[in-house]
Design a protein around this ligand. Structure first.
Ligand SMILES: [Zn+2]
Length: 128
């Protein structure tokens, strides 16, 4: 049968359910984390311009940058999780977005939001 369409990813339905639950609870945690960090950041920016001390101001800036970068990472992870959930709804979850091959179940268990198979992931990392 040469339809050109990829064979469906065969993910055990029990595993798919478990991964969906994990993705959803992880998303909740990350959203709470990001909101907490952003609240910290908003709070820190109030007190920030008071100091004339360069070292202290530098520390405050570094701290704010760290907070913002953690918040950004949490938001980016939420985005990946939402894409994974969208792929579940679309029935394309478990399939590499780059090469279309099924992603190993062990990889999905370790990293439910994975969008690429290990090969493509490695290639992407090497070309960076
Ligand atoms: Zn791939």
């Amino acid at each position: 049968m040469e339809t050109g369409s990829p064979t469906p990813a065969r993910l055990d339905p029990g595993l798919a359910d478990e991964l969906r639950r994990r993705l959803e609870s992880e998303r909740e945690e990350l959203l709470a984390q990001a909101a907490g960090l952003e609240a910290d950041f908003a709070h820190e920016s109030w007190k920030e311009p008071r100091s004339d001390d360069d070292a202290e101001a530098g520390t405050a800036t570094a701290e704010r940058e760290r907070t913002m970068s953690l918040a950004r990472h949490a938001r980016a992870a939420v985005g990946q999780i939402e894409q994974a959930l969208a792929r579940m709804d679309a029935g394309t979850y478990g399939r590499c977005v780059t090469c279309g091959q099924p992603i190993a179940a062990e990889r999905l268990e370790a990293l439910p939001a994975a969008s690429e198979c290990l090969d493509c992931r490695r290639k992407a990392e090497r070309s960076r």
